[in-house]
Design a protein around this ligand. Structure first.
Ligand SMILES: Nc1ncnc2c1ncn2[C@@H]1O[C@H](COP(=O)(O)OP(=O)(O)OP(=O)(O)O)[C@@H](O)[C@H]1O
Ligand SMILES: [Mg+2]
Length: 251
C-alpha cells in the first residue's frame, strides 16, 4: 500500500461522530474540519468532554467516525481507507501510556522496526534522558517518566503525525518544559504534532496553531502563534487576537 508522503499535508473534512443510539444519541463532533501539516504543532483545547480525545482517536485511525473525508494531496479517502493507509505513520499517545512487563529498555525494544539496529534503543534512552532508568521495571515509573518512555518509543518509530492526548496533564513546569523540548525535536524532523490539552496556555513555546473545540465544532483558530511567542516565554501567554472562525454551520 502507498505510504503518505512526508512532510504530510492532510485535510480532514466533515468529521461527524456521535455516541449512543436512538433518543440517546449524543453528537460529539459536528462536521469538524481541520488540517495537519508536517513540521507544525497544533494545540486543540476545549472543556472536559468537548470531544478532544474522540477527535484524536479518529485521526489516529483508532475510532471510526460516522462520517469523514480525508484528503492526502494525492487521494481523497473515506476513514476506512485512510485507516489502512496510515498504518504506523500516524501515532496516538495515550495520556497514561501502557507499559509492558519488563524493563524500560525492553519496552523500548518493542518499538524497534525489524531493520533498526538494537543500538537505536540506547540512542532513544539518551534522547529522552532515561539512561538511568534503562533497567527499571517500566510499570514502576512515575507518570512523567512513562510519558518520556512513550515519547522515546515514538522517536524510534518516527511517525509522520504524532497525536498526544494531554501529554503533560500531571506534570510540574520543569517536566512540562522537558517534554516540550523533546516534542520540538519531532517538529524539526518534519513530524506533525497534534496535542489535546484543556489548558490553552500550555505548549505555547512550540505551537503554531491553537484550536478551540466547543459544542462539536471548532469555533476558534489562532494561527501562527510561534511568531510572537518568542517574545513571550512565560507560561501565561494571553489569548492571541488573530481569531478566525472556521466553522459556522447552523443546523
Ligand atoms: N465510548 C463512548 N461511549 C459513549 N460516550 C462516550 C464514549 N467516549 C466518550 N464519550 C463521551 O463523549 C464526550 C467527549 O469525550 P472525549 O473523551 O472525547 O472528551 P475530551 O474533550 O477528551 O474530555 P477530557 O478533557 O475530559 O479528556 C464525553 O461526553 C464522553 O462522555
Ligand atoms: Mg480527553
Amino acid at each position: 500500500m502507498t505510504k503518505i508522503s512526508r512532510p504530510v499535508h492532510l485535510q480532514y473534512k466533515n468529521i461527524v461522530k456521535s455516541y449512543g443510539k436512538g433518543k440517546h444519541t449524543k453528537l460529539i463532533l459536528d462536521h469538524v474540519e481541520l488540517e495537519i501539516k508536517g513540521g507544525e504543532c497544533t494545540l486543540i483545547t476545549g472543556k472536559n468532554g468537548s470531544g478532544k480525545s474522540t477527535l484524536l482517536r479518529i485521526i489516529g485511525g483508532l475510532l471510526a467516525p460516522n462520517k469523514a473525508t480525508i484528503e492526502t494531496g494525492l487521494l481523497t479517502l473515506n476513514w476506512n481507507k485512510y485507516r489502512k493507509l496510515i498504518n504506523n505513520q500516524v501515532m496516538y499517545l495515550y495520556q497514561e501510556p501502557y507499559m509492558f512487563d519488563g524493563t524500560v529498555r525492553k519496552n523500548l525494544s518493542y518499538a524497534l522496526h525489524k531493520d533498526q539496529p538494537k543500538e537505536a534503543v540506547d540512542q532513544a534512552l539518551k534522547w529522552a534522558e532515561l539512561e538511568h532508568r534503562s533497567n527499571t521495571q517500566a510499570k514502576f515509573l512515575s507518570g512523567g517518566e512513562r510519558q518520556r518512555v512513550a515519547l522515546a518509543q515514538a522517536w524510534l518509530k518516527q511517525p509522520a503525525v504524532l497525536l498526544l492526548d494531554e501529554p503533560t496533564a500531571n506534570m510540574d513546569t520543569k517536566s512540562r518544559r522537558r517534554t516540550e523540548d523533546l516534542l520540538s525535536t519531532f517538529k524539526e524532523s518534519g513530524t506533525a504534532l497534534y496535542i489535546a490539552s484543556h489548558d490553552p496556555n500550555h505548549f505555547h513555546r512550540i505551537m503554531n496553531h491553537r484550536l478551540l473545540l466547543e459544542e462539536g465544532r471548532i469555533i476558534q483558530s489562532d494561527t501562527d502563534l510561534l511568531d510572537d511567542s518568542a517574545e513571550n516565554t512565560n507560561d501565561t501567554k494571553s489569548t492571541n487576537n488573530n481569531v478566525t472562525v472556521l466553522s459556522q454551520k447552523n443546523n
